[in-house]
Design a protein around this ligand. Structure first.
Ligand SMILES: [Zn+2]
Length: 255
């Protein structure tokens, strides 16, 4: 069932926008619901943006988490069963929560994100797809049994169920393939499903991954992937990657 409100996801219309105007829709405890936002909520393994909501009197409330709620099933036959639409809530920093009591519904605000953090998350998310593609080439048995992923600012990781362990030779080949994608600075596009705009597909060369996260528009800025393997017990392996040569300065945002 569709929820009667939804937040406009400005981060999908323009992933390089650092701020937008919005209206306060509801105060829910320590969380503020806005009618539109540039802030990406936690989802698809990607950590949430941080940022601030600036009031007409110039006071600002920092937010330290963003979450999506009350989405409904995309209901598409040709796409994974994701939750779309819904509302987006911003968790206010404890030190700024004293401002919540005086807020009025309908107040016009400016919401802006920490662009360094977003750049790092977009880079990490892009890197995670390159890792995933490389694992798919060398260990297709692992990607079909993906258990989960976590995309943080300085690293990204996947957990896989496997019958045979990922050997150091596998790891070397996976790393070389992933770094090949980066060296070729391949362009990346993301497109929306014609009927459901929140159903998005990441594309690079002939590869495609259904994904609603934020990404770079080319692979080169990732710099280099360093991949590590860890056993999580019988039949479970974790591959994580770091990006010691990340070129965050190449990722530009605008107002
Ligand atoms: Zn993605």
């Amino acid at each position: 069932m569709k929820f009667h409100r939804q937040t406009e996801k400005v981060y999908y219309k323009n992933p390089y926008l650092s701020c937008c105007t919005a209206e306060i829709v509801k105060i829910d405890g320590e969380w503020i619901e806005l009618n539109s936002t540039v802030a990406y909520p936690e989802g698809g393994g990607q950590d949430a943006d941080h940022g601030e909501i600036v009031l007409p009197n110039g006071k600002s409330l920092r937010f330290i988490d963003v979450k999506k709620m009350y989405g409904h099933s995309a209901g598409l036959a040709d796409f994974p069963d994701i939750q779309v639409d819904g509302i987006i809530l911003h968790l206010i920093h404890p030190e700024d929560q004293y401002l919540l009591a005086a807020l009025l519904i309908g107040t016009k605000v400016t919401v802006s994100i920490d662009i360094q953090r977003r750049a790092a998350l977009s880079l990490s998310h892009t890197a995670s797809h390159l890792l995933y593609l490389a694992v798919g080439i060398h260990r297709p048995d692992a990607v079909v049994n993906t258990l989960g992923c976590h995309i943080k600012i300085e690293s990204a990781r996947f957990d896989f169920a496997v019958k045979t362990r990922i050997s150091s030779d596998d790891l070397e080949r996976i790393q070389a393939t992933a770094n090949g994608f980066i060296e070729r600075n391949l362009s990346i596009t993301v497109d929306s499903h014609p009927e459901i705009p929140d159903a998005r597909t990441w594309r690079c060369e002939d590869y495609k991954i259904p994904c609603g996260g934020t990404h770079l528009d080319a692979t080169g800025a990732v710099g280099k992937l360093l991949i590590k393997r860890k056993s999580l017990g019988a039949g479970k392996e974790r591959l994580s990657c770091e990006f010691p040569e990340a070129k965050l300065e190449l990722i530009r945002f605008h107002d």
